[in-house]
Write a protein that binds this ligand. Structure first.
Ligand SMILES: Nc1ncnc2c1ncn2[C@@H]1O[C@H](COP(=O)(O)OP(=O)(O)O)[C@@H](O)[C@H]1O
Ligand SMILES: O=C(CO)[C@@H](O)[C@H](O)COP(=O)(O)O
Length: 492
């Protein structure tokens, strides 16, 4: 048996699979999140450990004594800082924390601007990536900064808790922006600038291992507490999008995965490093070799969930609202930047609702406009990732993928065939597959486990020719209006 764990923004999931990749047990526990008007989004890493304990004990109940290996997937970019005694210094600033936007801009300028960053390091930092969090700590909390002895990402911190080993692998490391995505090595000069050349930050980096290596064996006390065999090993794990790519079989060119979680992401696989000097398409390293051209928006199910709550409905009502209303929401346009935004790069933006009239201002239209706003932002990202090519088929994952009407909207708006994996926790599945490969020293994730993920796919959401004739033009029009409003309100 193999265990995949995914520490998402809103909760931790765990999935137990057998040696053929069939799911045998699931677990879930929610996280709190600290949100401040300044844009701060933080979590205490201890909350992740508590959630992991709960989710894992639920998932492994059927066969705890048969677990061979664990893989951990985690929300990308979060900064966990430890002192010399390996104690957490302060809460982790998360991927959607926009409080560090000024420090991000300072770093961009310091190294010669966006295209110079791209030329030298292969990546352009966006607000949310790890690097600006370090400069923010130095400037705002020097008393914490001076104590930093270890810099970890969320999944690396969980690996550390499980094994006592401090390690990193290229996939998640590529989202720090102090990692060169072309040479796959740490970029010391960026850290030297932040700490003033003392070498403190460079010395605090974890040891780099491969994305399908083993970190180590589980600590005896953790094995005893979680009731796992003392021989259980932990694989390198990775960022949630990298693990989601493995879990959806997105390890070869031509596939597209779209995730509707707390973040919206859209990504494909590339044998070559993506070349977007604006930084909108993130050139993250894939955990199966190659790269993962990815666009992420910071506003997704959070917007839809908040809208549902505001109008006194439940998540199940999303499908009803979409069925009751027409594409375009009667002219209502929701620019969903409740959380600031990463793509387009507007970390300090706030949302807008425009085009309200006496006839369109209904609860179902309001909800539809929220879903469309989130979706259109993501489809703009899809165009960037595919560089203008059309997607034939898209796999949709994340909590939002549970809404059949949202999946149908995606099919109607893109003309692509939409599928969902039979195992909906793709990050967990990817991490479990990686644990299998790493612990048995198999040859490669891509070749060995394509069959597991292919078997799991279920087609769901088709744009038939009749639907295309009816809806495609309406969605094109509505998306055009969304982009016009975006330009008018935010780009002047
Ligand atoms: N049927 C549904 N329709 C739309 N959104 C849903 C549905 N079920 C769950 N969600 C949303 O999915 C989100 C959780 O998604 P998930 O991928 O688990 O997030 P994360 O990995 O960021 O923690 C929640 O915000 C929840 O509101
Ligand atoms: O920042 C990114 C990708 O670059 C996000 O996708 C995070 O990795 C958070 O993921 P979820 O919690 O929404 O799954």
């Amino acid at each position: 048996m193999y265990l995949g764990i995914d520490c998402g923004t809103q909760g931790t999931k765990a999935l137990l699979v057998d040696a053929n990749g069939f799911p045998c047990g699931h677990g879930y526990a929610r996280h709190q999140i600290i949100e401040r008007e300044s844009g701060a989004r933080e979590q205490n890493p201890e909350w992740w450990i508590s959630a992991l304990r709960l989710a894992v004990s639920e998932a492994i109940a059927p066969a705890a004594d048969r677990v061979i290996a664990i893989g951990v997937s985690g929300q990308q970019h979060g900064l966990v800082v430890l002192d010399e005694n390996h104690q957490v210094i302060r809460p982790a600033k998360l991927w959607n924390d926009t409080e560090t936007s000024a420090q991000n801009e300072e770093l961009i300028q310091q190294f010669g601007g966006r295209s110079e960053w791209f030329r030298r390091f292969g990546i352009v930092p966006l607000t949310g990536y790890t690097v600006s969090k370090l400069l923010w700590l130095k400037q705002k909390e020097p008393q914490h900064f001076t104590r930093i002895r270890h810099i970890l990402l969320p999944h690396e911190y969980l690996n550390f808790w499980l094994t006592g080993e401090v390690c990193a692998e290229p996939g998640d490391a590529s989202g720090t922006a102090f990692f060169n995505v072309n040479t796959r090595t740490w970029q010391r000069e960026i850290l030297d600038f932040i700490d003033g050349g003392t070498g403190q930050l460079f010395a605090a980096l974890p040891r780099l291992i491969g994305s399908d290596d083993v970190v180590g064996r589980i600590r005896p006390e953790v094995a005893a507490e979680l009731k796992l065999p003392s021989t259980t090993v932990v694989s390198s794990g990775g960022g949630d999008n990298m693990m989601g790519a493995i879990g959806t079989g997105n390890v070869r060119e031509g596939n597209v995965t779209l995730s509707l979680g707390t973040s919206s992401t859209v990504y494909s696989f590339s044998e070559r490093a993506p070349r977007d000097p604006t930084g909108n398409v993130a050139p993250f390293c894939s955990s199966s070799g190659g790269w993962l051209p990815l666009v992420c928006t910071m506003n997704a199910t959070n917007v839809v969930t908040a809208t549902v709550a505001l109008i006194g409905k439940t998540l199940a009502d999303i499908d009803t609202a979409l069925d009751l209303t027409e594409p375009g929401a009667g002219g209502l346009t929701f620019l969903p930047f409740l959380n600031g935004e990463r793509t387009p790069d507007m970390p300090n933006a706030r949302g807008s609702l425009v085009g309200i009239s006496t006839t369109n201002y209904t609860k179902p239209n309001f909800l539809r406009a929220a879903v469309e706003g989130v979706t259109f932002g993501l489809l703009n990202g899809l165009d960037l990732v595919l560089a203008g090519k059309r997607a034939e088929s898209i796999q949709v994952i994340g909590g939002g993928a549970r809404s059949s009407a949202w999946r149908q909207l995606l099919a109607d708006a893109t003309g692509a065939q939409i599928s969902v994996p039979a195992e909906e926790e793709s990050g967990c599945l990817g991490a479990a597959i990686q644990a299998m490969v790493a612990s048995s020293r198999m040859n490669g994730i891509a070749q060995t486990f394509q069959s597991v993920t292919d078997r799991c796919v279920r087609i769901d959401g088709h744009s038939t020719s009749e639907r295309r004739a009816t809806f495609r033009a309406q969605y094109d029009l509505s998306r055009h209006r969304y982009n016009e409003r975006l330009r008018e309100l935010y780009r002047s």
